[in-house]
Design a protein around this ligand. Structure first.
Ligand code: HEM
Length: 418
């Protein structure tokens, strides 16, 4: 039973390493793909920054080494034979960003500089999310229970519909948002755990899903307004094929990552009782999001291939081997962060880890601004509706690579607002 004093944010004390957080971490990992996580956290207990893992290749674990590897696209490339880039090209064409490297990739990123300007990100996020945010606040204030996981999928799906510029309203828009979220998830799920080129049947199946995902882009690219991404890319001189590759990647890279982040940050804030701490001082919001992204690491590993025989952090590497840059290990590197397993929204994130959950170097996340804006908007709406928060029920997602809650029912503690 929650006492009245506890409902007042001013009286709640927090615990960055609470039992509730440890219990949640275990539940999430146990339900996801525990073997993959055991491999990352348990088996690779090397003292060095690079581990050779038979049957896989190399895993880079240190914070400094991970950043260095991501920046170094001389030794570590995205478009090598053992990388997922091969699959992306088969299904999405040659300009899907994460299948490119070197001068072509740098030139494409340069052309994309005018895409996610702060003004455009604000406009597109406000247009897509203001109605949802208002509804969330009102529902919580009325004492209703919300499924935060469903909300996160709705937010990222609606963002997609807006980015693509589909001219849909009301129910049709909501339906397409949910459909697009599922299609993106399905496409990601079609990437095999072991990276090899896909056979013709699998390419055909994945291409069909991709076509459904990008349906409507052609028309918007042809004559849609500039406040849509295809329309904007057309004005920036992108061909239809380039636009399909770039937009397809935005849809895939920006969906599950952001929705997982939202659900995990919310549950971390709740489980460590820092929701109320944040409510007391909302200037901590951006730091809370960064610390949440550090702990949840929505992209736990990035892949590369070695371009040649070389040495890295004292280890000899062979050409054409798969390299996993393990961000999920880097964020707890004891050499750069103390109590890395704890979630503390007041901590100063060490320089070595700054934004590392968004990658580094030429492939640094293109949607970083947009992801931050989405998280800020939704968390603010939830705080406005529920200054003190209760989790009513939750269910961990099973057999997924990104541990998350499939269902996270939350409500305003203490009932409806008077
Ligand atoms: C919390 C949410 C997000 C996280 C944690 C995240 C993380 C990352 C990371 C780690 C990379 C680098 C991958 C690598 O080095 O191999 C990346 C790349 C990328 N991200 Fe994000 N991302 C997020 C949201 C988004 C959003 C919202 C979008 C777009 C709408 C987006 C679009 C991209 C694209 C297009 C790339 C590829 C860039 C390139 O290869 O040049 N991401 N992201």
């Amino acid at each position: 039973m929650t006492g009245l004093a506890e409902l007042d944010p001013a009286h709640v004390t927090w615990d960055p390493a609470s039992r509730a957080k440890r219990r949640s971490d275990l539940r999430l990992l146990g339900a996801s793909r525990p073997l993959a996580w055991l491999l990352l956290h348990g088996i690779i207990r090397n003292r060095r920054d690079v581990a050779k893992v038979p049957g896989i290749g190399y895993v880079i674990t240190g914070a400094v080494a991970c950043r260095e590897a991501a920046i170094d696209n001389d030794r570590f490339v995205k478009d090598g034979p053992r990388s997922a880039g091969v699959l992306l090209t088969q299904v999405m064409g040659p300009t899907a960003l994460l299948n490119m490297d070197g001068p072509d990739h740098i030139a494409l990123r340069r052309r994309l500089q005018g895409l996610f300007t702060p003004k455009f990100v604000k406009e597109i996020a406000d247009r897509a999310l203001t109605p949802i945010a208002a509804e969330v606040t009102a529902d919580l204030r009325a004492g209703k229970t919300l499924d935060a996981s469903l909300l996160a999928r709705r937010v990222t799906g609606t963002m997609m519909v807006n980015m693509v510029g589909l001219r849909l309203e009301g129910e049709a828009r909501e339906r397409r948002a949910s459909e697009m979220y599922k299609l993106g998830q399905k496409l990601v799920g079609m990437v095999p755990t072991r990276v090899t080129a896909l056979g013709p049947e699998k390419v055909a199946a994945a291409s069909k899903v991709f076509e459904e995902l990008v349906a409507g882009i052609d028309e918007v690219h042809a004559d849609g307004p500039e406040d849509t991404i295809p329309g904007r890319l057309r004005e920036l001189g992108f061909t239809l094929e380039e636009t399909r590759g770039v937009v397809g990647m935005l849809l895939i890279a920006g969906t599950e990552t952001t929705s997982t982040a939202l659900v995990r940050i919310l549950s971390l804030l709740h489980d460590t009782r820092q929701w109320e701490r944040l409510e007391r001082d909302r200037t901590m919001l951006d730091n809370a999001i960064e610390e949440g992204l550090r702990c949840a690491t929505p992209v736990p590993v990035s892949t590369r291939t070695t371009s040649r025989d070389c040495e890295f952090h004292g280890v000899r590497l062979k050409k054409d081997k798969l390299v996993l840059i393990a961000w999920a290990r880097a964020i707890q590197d004891k050499r750069v962060i103390e109590r890395g397993g704890e979630f503390d929204i007041g901590r100063e994130i060490p320089r070595e880890l700054r934004l590392i959950w968004f990658g580094a170097g030429p492939h640094f996340c293109l949607g970083y601004n947009l992801a931050m804006r989405e998280l800020q908007t939704v968390l603010t709406a939830l705080l406005d509706g529920a200054p003190s928060l209760e989790v009513v029920q939750r269910r961990a997602a099973r057999k997924v690579l990104l541990p998350t809650w499939d269902e996270l029912l939350v409500r305003r503690a203490g009932g409806a607002a008077s």
